[in-house]
Design a protein around this ligand. Structure first.
Ligand SMILES: Cc1cc2nc3c(=O)[nH]c(=O)nc-3n(C[C@H](O)[C@H](O)[C@H](O)COP(=O)(O)OP(=O)(O)OC[C@H]3O[C@@H](n4cnc5c(N)ncnc54)[C@H](O)[C@@H]3O)c2cc1C
Length: 432
């Protein structure tokens, strides 16, 4: 006899599959709707060290190693010639691993799904459809969806989870708006062979501040993912199609032209836009949204997969740890979701805050100021100690270890105010 499912998750991306595995480990009966859209190319290829902790929790790191590239840190290159290297030194990140991985996304998603299946999660290949519900269920699966999914035995689940990414399927059905970020960018990206092996040290991701916009280079096994992010209007001057625009951008930006000499594109070109979105509400009676469907700040610094998987982890620890019984306590469920949502909003705010320093150039001015102090005052001087202290905190913040730290945020704000003497002004370094 079919006993029905406790939780039905819509969307088998990193957020949905992580939550599915964690709930299954706690003994919940979990089903995931997977529309099986696995394009050969998907953004989200550079991960933070904090994601490695989640991989370990899911017991998949050994398998990740087999098809992903070790990532020891990130390099920032500026159009004016400055290079800023962030490595993840062990002592600085505390217990968090001092590395991460660059991942071919479709394969990584497939691994997360395979792990959930091993644990006993049921996957149904279907695009789920939902409609407004009533009473204890604000949203529910449509009758058609129930009828065509025999696994459900005609029963609505106790809890529905929206992990449909930017499709925001539940929020759209319920008419819940989202706050848009301030940037009006578009990102074009593709995979290349023979694209600059040199500027990346041992798998480092390279972010470049270009004449217009910025770019990423993510070393993957046998190829490099190259993406350019710029203002939508500026992009229109580079041709009519995504392919034309990416090629033109590589050819006109000196940093990329040099690095891309002899390149061979080995994938289609994808375009992404309107991705800075934070939902006004991420839960209600009988449902919760996680991952991008709850919110995404910006691709700079790569917080996306960490945020998606961390939210699953938080829900698991803070709401579902007591087991299935919590599903029978709507008030407790609601207050748990409220707490997790508040924490996630604080995370989004913290990411937006530190990312802004990279867009407006203050981080580079600070770095220049710090380097000048080291030259002027030598090894033991107070300014140098301070500069080291500052870099330690910035490294911890950009790697996801202490992004929300009030102290770290205050320290960076102080540095941006007081350490910028005799440096180029932030506008010189800003993303244009
Ligand atoms: C330009 C750009 C660059 C980025 N670079 C990075 C990076 O380097 N590193 C990083 O960590 N993050 C990056 N991100 C963010 C990252 O891609 C996302 O944060 C991450 O994919 C979110 O995971 P998710 O599980 O919430 O959603 P998704 O990965 O979008 O998964 C949602 C899934 O739901 C499925 N689905 C949708 N509707 C339905 C339905 N009705 N029924 C069934 N299934 C459905 C979709 O097909 C999809 O498989 C980037 C984002 C952008 C825009």
């Amino acid at each position: 006899m079919n006993e029905g499912y406790d939780v039905v998750i819509v969307g088998a991306g990193p957020a949905g599959c992580t939550l599915a595995s964690l709930l299954k480990m706690r003994g919940f009966r979990v089903m995931v709707f997977d529309d099986d859209k696995r394009p050969g190319l998907l953004v989200g290829e550079s991960l933070l060290p904090t994601v490695v902790e989640l991989m370990r929790r899911l017991e998949i790191e050994d398998r990740v190693k087999e098809f992903c590239t070790h990532k020891p840190g990130v390099a920032f290159m500026h159009r004016g010639g400055l290079r800023l290297d962030f490595f993840f030194p062990e002592k600085v990140l505390g217990k968090t691993p001092n590395y991460s991985y660059n991942i071919p996304r479709p394969e990584f998603d497939q691994l997360l799904r395979a792990r959930a299946e091993e644990l006993g999660v049921t996957f149904v290949k279907r695009r789920a459809t939902v409609e407004k519900g009533a009473g204890e269920r604000e949203i529910q699966l449509t009758q058609e969806c129930l009828d065509e999914t025999p696994e459900l035995g005609g029963e609505q689940p106790k809890l529905l989870v929206d992990s449909t990414g930017r499709a925001r399927v539940f929020a759209r059905e319920l008419g819940i708006p989202a706050k848009r970020g301030g940037r009006n960018d578009v990102a074009y990206f593709a995979h290349f062979e023979n694209f600059d092996a040199e500027s990346s040290r041992d798998g480092q991701v390279v972010l470049s501040i270009l004449d217009h916009g910025w770019s990423w280079r993510i070393p993957l096994p046998g190829r490099v993912s190259v993406g350019v992010v710029l203002n939508k209007e500026a992009a229109k001057h580079h041709g009519a199609t995504a392919v034309e625009r990416l090629e033109s951008l590589i050819e006109t930006e000196p940093i990329l032209r040099e690095a891309g000499k002899g390149r061979k594109r080995v994938s289609e070109v994808m375009a992404y836009t309107n991705y800075q979105l934070i939902s006004d509400r991420g839960h209600g009676p009988g449902w919760v949204a996680i991952g991008d469907s709850h919110g995404f700040v910006d691709p700079m610094l790569s917080p996306g997969l960490f945020m998606a998987m961390h939210m699953a982890d938080l829900l698991d620890k803070k709401v579902f740890a007591e087991g299935k019984g919590v599903l029978e306590k709507p008030d407790k469920l609601a207050s748990g979701f409220e707490k997790v949502e508040a924490e996630m909003l604080d995370w989004h705010d913290a990411w937006a805050n530190i990312i802004e320093y990279f867009y407006d150039g203050r981080i580079f001015s600070m770095y220049e100021g710090g380097s000048k102090m080291s030259e002027l005052y030598g090894k033991w001087a107070v300014p140098l100690i301070m500069e080291k202290h500052m870099s330690k905190h910035i490294t911890r913040m950009v790697s996801g270890v202490s992004t929300r730290s009030r102290y770290g945020r205050g320290l960076v704000a102080f540095g941006a105010k007081h350490l910028l003497w005799e440096t180029e002004p932030p506008e010189y370094y800003a993303v244009r």
